[in-house]
Design a protein around this ligand. Structure first.
Ligand code: H79
Length: 426
């Protein structure tokens, strides 16, 4: 394996009071899509509706009155905020982003703006965000709210419902004034500190309108982050498209949001789950490229998280339990990002080699100029592997040889930490 190092620009260290700091260090978060769409769960009038579950209303052009009637059936007897947050903790996720209002316009929290919300319109009469806020505080997970600021298929002035409301009559400024801002005010004043508002799908709002939403958030909670999909480059960090896995190193702050199967909102018949191995290597890959991983669960209408999701998240958590040092608070290494054998992350004076398969007995890493003190596998610190640093006579490039005799490779990713005499230089 030839691993010639190509120098990459390194990220500037964040000042202590940078509001992005917790988010950068977290690297792994839980996305939760939960709303009325969990009731039809991908099936409408006996037919399976293609596409993601929470887009049901749009796909079927369901009239507002018909869709709103779903609320009468929403009574999630198994909702357990403590269990959801515990699952996030067990998975090693450090923040949680839940749909406070998705494109269907239904508020999953107590709002005074209208009666189209989980407290007033359902037999449950309960605000789950109160419980989640309490549990996040108790268990040490950052609470964040997803809020669809542009698409709203319920409000006459919201974007994209032209089957109930003629597009020509829409007044987006009125929608922002009557709904978006008053509801954001509620989310930012009633649940304690909010880590971020996760805005989504900018389609119609102008730059001035997006900027005014951003200012509104920051006025209420100056340290609350604003996701990249506020639009017009006004977010605190960048979001590629849903489920996007970047081919290489990214500059700046990024987050990939992704599903566990093929939908965000629960669907009865989507059983194609990504494997735990896939999730772990994806987490490593994203972090090595400078992106956070925001991984979704879609609880059903009873509040139950699908068992395959639970099982996979726990497997990721078990891996992070041993290898979290190589993920949390790390940055992409100054090396080229993708290696045939795996990935590299770095933190301070440590370089973490993430092997996707067992390395050869004598492994070579080219280009590292910094002296290596020790090489140890994470989760098995007893054994230090012998290292030797030389210079390639032909190219003049430094070569590090690591003798991996006795290394026990544990699938899917085994991490070897290199303690360096200084921050890595290539
Ligand atoms: O919340 C999840 C999705 O519901 C949301 N983002 C994640 C986090 C999302 N919003 N929009 N999209 C995903 C993609 C929208 C795709 C579209 Fe289309 C392409 C809208 C219009 C063209 C496909 C074709 C859907 C409707 C028509």
């Amino acid at each position: 394996v030839d691993i010639s190092a190509v120098k990459q620009p390194t990220r500037r260290p964040a000042p202590q009071n940078d509001p992005l700091r917790w988010w950068r260090e977290s690297r792994f978060g839980m996305f939760i899509h939960w709303g009325l769409y969990a009731i039809p769960a991908g099936v409408w009038q006996g037919q399976r509706v293609p596409y993601i579950g929470e887009w049901m209303m749009f796909r079927e052009k369901i009239p507002v009155a018909t869709y709103a009637a779903l609320a009468a059936q929403f009574h999630p007897r198994h909702f357990d905020a403590a269990a959801w947050v515990r699952l996030a903790k067990q998975a090693g996720m450090r923040y949680l982003v839940i749909t406070a209002k998705h494109h269907d316009g239904f508020a999953m929290y107590r709002t005074s703006v209208n009666r189209y919300n989980v407290v007033d319109a359902t037999p449950w009469h309960h605000d789950p965000m109160v419980d989640l806020a309490r549990e996040c505080r108790r268990q040490g997970v950052r609470l964040c709210f997803y809020y669809s600021q542009d698409l709203d298929w319920h409000h006459p002035d919201g974007a994209w419902n032209d089957w109930d409301y003629p597009a020509a009559a829409k007044n987006p400024a009125r929608y922002l004034r009557e709904k978006v801002k008053p509801q954001l005010r509620e989310l930012l004043t009633r649940y304690g500190p909010v880590g971020m508002i996760w805005f989504d799908t900018p389609l119609t709002l102008t730059k001035a309108q997006s900027a005014s939403i951003r200012r509104f958030v920051k006025k209420l909670q100056p340290r609350c982050l604003v996701s990249g999909r506020i639009g017009h480059g006004l977010g605190d960090y960048n979001l590629p498209r849903d489920n996007f896995l970047p081919p290489g190193r990214l500059e700046g702050d990024w987050e990939t949001c992704a599903t566990l199967n093929h939908t965000w909102g629960f669907k009865t018949h989507d059983h194609e789950w990504k494997s735990a191995e896939n999730l772990i290597t994806t987490l490593v890959d994203l972090v090595s490229k400078g992106a956070n991983y925001l991984l979704n669960i879609g609880p059903d209408a009873d509040g139950v998280v699908p068992a395959p999701s639970v099982q996979r998240l726990r497997a990721v958590g078990a891996w992070l339990e041993r290898n979290g040092d190589a993920i949390y608070g790390t940055s992409p290494s100054p090396f080229r990002n993708e290696f045939s054998w795996g990935r590299i992350t770095t933190k301070g004076r440590r370089l973490f080699l993430h092997f996707f398969s067992a390395p050869p007995k004598i492994f070579h890493l080219h280009g590292l100029r910094t002296r290596v003190r020790t090489a140890r596998a994470l989760g098995d610190a007893r054994r230090a592997f012998a290292t030797r640093q030389t210079t390639d006579a032909a190219t003049g490039l430094p070569i590090l040889a690591i003798d991996f005799t006795g290394l026990r490779f544990r699938a899917p990713v085994t991490v070897v930490a290199l303690d360096l005499a200084a921050a890595p230089d290539v």
